[in-house]
Design a protein around this ligand. Structure first.
Ligand code: CMC
Length: 436
């Protein structure tokens, strides 16, 4: 980051002396006011719950222009990556800063492939869960448990440990997600098959059985790979910030990523694709397209607590570029599977059209986000609704690791320790029991 020519001056109406604060410029996007010395200079904190105006870090990985609806990984537009690269190329890019050349690509694919199996003991660990446990509960446990299995990659301050932990996590996530699914189904786990692509291997581990050969459908393989690319990173979102904060204590990478999985589970974040599909099911059950008007009315009523899931975003105040790509994939997958007339897809399109024309959504700049269509694609592929967030976690793992490693490598990094505005009781004495 570069020091800007201008400074910010903070003045106070009570006559306290004003303070000058340095301003830094990034390569693109808003400048930041450096408030690190503010407390020392004024005895005051800043107040920004929800981080509405606070840059918690500098980062060179992902850039979002929310007004334009632009998403760049290491400078490359998501539209180009989604159409010209595969997920593992994207992983390499996010981790290393550049796209791989041919040799690097081959080596990286081989490296990830070599780590797809998980310790055999892992399946016994899995057995401790109820069969009907939510896959995100299982995944949080499994990812955290990796630190108990791979002791040679738990030192976050050792670059080699960080590198091997990164590869292990990227390679093993599909295996773990598929194991969580198979366990819930009561079916045998499928070992990874390393001559398949990353997405193809995942499809086989999910839907193959030992009884017959599984043939990967290239359209579904491409669709899944695209889902992975679109979810690979999204700068300082809640789960990524969780991973950074968790990792800032020096904990091991597996534990930090498990924290990210737990955060992602929430319906305002990764759980939204599940919530969006459930919402479509509910509207469909109540009468489908004819009921959209009534549903939108409920959404606009602040007392109803109903939200249009898959709409709105903290950063995008325009169409989420990932939603456009996902809609395209949705068309391809439904056509491939002969589901063009899928009533939920029709409902989603109609709902989107109506919402985009409605004043409530227009005024608040609420547009479809990636989750609006990803649930329909995943459902068509055969992925159960409660596994959607698990797929998101699988794909986002690389972003979490890239961000974690960037933080550890940053000379300015410190343990994350937010401050507070205390509004509780002042000091008081404990009364005797009979006086309370
Ligand atoms: N339906 C109805 N109203 C909404 C919605 C929605 N989906 N999203 C925002 N609003 C309203 C909100 O009530 C508020 O209205 P008002 O100004 O009258 O109080 C206004 O729009 C601004 O919303 P906000 O809650 O201040 O926005 P936020 O930045 O805090 O929340 C969000 C962002 C994603 C949590 C929210 O839009 C939401 O809950 N959307 C539905 C869930 C969803 O689809 N989440 C997936 C996000 S994309 C995947 C990811 O990156 O994790």
């Amino acid at each position: 980051m570069k020091l800007a020519d201008n400074k910010a001056t903070l003045s106070f109406s009570n006559g306290s002396p004003s303070v000058d604060l340095p301003v830094y410029q990034g390569s693109i996007g808003p400048d930041v006011i450096d408030i690190r010395k503010l407390y020392a200079q004024t005895g005051m904190f800043t107040y920004d719950p929800g981080f509405l105006s606070t840059a918690a870090t500098q980062s060179a990985i992902t850039y979002i222009d929310g007004d334009k609806g632009e998403l760049l990984y290491r400078g490359y537009p998501i539209e180009q990556l989604a159409t010209q690269c595969d997920y593992l190329d994207t992983c390499y890019l996010l981790l290393n800063g550049e796209l791989p050349n041919e040799t690097q690509r081959t080596d990286f694919h081989k490296l990830v492939t070599n780590h797809t199996m998980v310790n055999e003991q892992m399946q016994f660990f899995l057995r401790g869960f109820r069969r009907d446990a939510h896959p995100m509960a299982v995944l949080t446990g499994l990812v955290g448990a990796l630190s108990a299995f791979y002791h040679d990659s738990t030192d976050i301050n050792n670059p080699q440990h960080r590198e091997i932990a990164a590869i292990r996590l990227i390679a093993k996530m599909p295996t773990l997600v598929a194991m969580a699914y198979k366990y819930g189904m009561g079916q045998p786990y499928m070992y990874p098959q390393n001559n398949l692509s990353y997405a193809g291997n995942f499809l086989r581990m999910m839907f193959g059985t030992p009884c017959e050969e599984y043939k990967v459908n290239p359209v579904l393989e491409r669709a899944l790979d695209r889902i992975f690319i679109l979810h690979a990173d999204h700068e300082q979102n809640a789960s990524t910030s969780t991973v950074r904060l968790c990792g800032s204590s020096g904990t091991n990478p597996f534990a930090a990523i498990a924290a990210g999985v737990a955060c992602l589970w929430g319906p305002a974040h990764g759980g939204a694709n599940e919530a969006a599909l459930n919402m479509l099911h509910d509207i469909q059950a109540q009468g489908g397209v004819e009921k959209i008007g009534e549903f939108i009315k409920q959404v606009k009523d602040k007392n109803s607590g109903v939200k249009l899931m898959g709409f709105g975003h903290r950063v995008y105040k325009n169409y989420d570029p990932r939603a456009k790509l996902m809609q395209e994939t949705c068309n391809e997958v439904l056509a491939e599977l002969g589901l063009e007339k899928d009533p939920l897809f029709k409902l989603a399109k109609e709902l989107e059209k109506i919402a985009l024309e409605d004043d409530y959504f227009v005024q608040r700049k609420l547009y479809p986000n990636v989750d609006f269509y990803s649930g329909i694609v995943q459902r068509a592929i055969g992925i159960p609704v409660n596994l959607f967030t698990g797929i998101f976690a699988l794909a986002r793992t690389v972003g979490w690791i890239a961000q974690l490693n960037e933080m550890i490598g940053d000379p300015e990094y410190k343990i994350g320790r937010p401050r507070q505005l205390f509004t509780g009781s002042e000091r008081r004495d404990v009364p005797a029991l009979d006086k309370r």
